[in-house]
Write a protein that binds this ligand. Structure first.
Ligand SMILES: [Zn+2]
Length: 241
């Protein structure tokens, strides 16, 4: 019998937060998936590539709903979104979730990516067959909306630049920000066809002004508020005036 490695890694971040990722996906497309447990509601922030089923990896509590939130429609954040019954995402990108077209998800980039994965998820798997299942949204998120987990509330921040609809989820009470690809400790991508550097600069200025204690991003390790502001200031130095 061939032993296949477990596709997802799980890391305990704190008593309510678990981070999952896909270690065998090329680092360009390897994104973070965040599970946040609340009193009345659990929240999943982003859903990875959709190469292997994610839902069986997510422990749910009978009777407690799970809201799967996509920070934006790029491939590495929405691949498994269709597996979840209750889905939310940015209103601005909502039409794309209905069909998941390549021009919005950039799935074609993964199909053409040399070394797309370092281990095959199953025999005969090929990146050229990669597709993203449609996952129409049930809840359309706008700036200022809140996601209430019962004992904790996340405010929706519209953080455009990386993509037009990119959102972050901010717990103003304890300074935790789920920042998606707007800001994180890895390489910030602002040269996709739907990126906008002017909007990105405004997002960075806004992030600098927020009382963020820790940012859990779409890629790389989490960063504290000081590091986040450093990254934002560095971006502004390179891209403004
Ligand atoms: Zn992205």
């Amino acid at each position: 019998m061939i032993r296949r490695p477990r596709w997802f890694s799980h890391s305990i971040v704190d008593e309510r937060t678990t981070m999952l990722t896909e270690p065998f996906v090329s680092d360009y497309c390897r994104a973070n998936i965040w599970l946040v447990r609340g009193r009345d509601l659990d929240m999943l922030v982003d859903t990875g590539m959709g190469i292997c089923p994610l839902a069986p990896e997510i422990e749910t509590t009978p009777g407690k709903p799970l809201l799967a939130v996509a920070t934006h429609v790029h491939l590495d954040h929405v691949g498994s979104l269709h597996e979840f019954a209750w889905r939310a995402g940015p209103r601005i990108e909502a039409p794309f979730f209905e069909t998941m077209p390549d021009e919005a998800t950039y799935a074609h980039m993964f199909r053409d990516l040399p070394g797309a994965v370092s281990e095959l998820p199953r025999p005969g798997w090929a990146s050229g067959d990669y597709r993203i299942e449609p996952a129409p949204l049930h809840r359309l998120l706008d700036e200022g909306d809140t996601i209430d987990l019962g004992d904790r509330m996340y405010r929706v921040l519209h953080l455009p630049g990386h993509s037009p609809g990119s959102i972050g989820l901010f717990d103003e009470r304890d300074g935790t920000l789920f920042s998606g690809d707007a800001i994180h400790g890895g390489l910030l991508v602002d040269d996709m066809p739907d990126s906008d550097r002017t909007a990105y600069c405004a997002t960075m200025r806004r992030l600098i002004s927020l009382p963020v204690r820790i940012a859990h991003g779409g890629h790389a390790d989490s960063i504290d508020g000081a590091r986040m502001r450093e990254i934002a200031e560095d971006y502004l130095r390179r891209n403004e005036g």
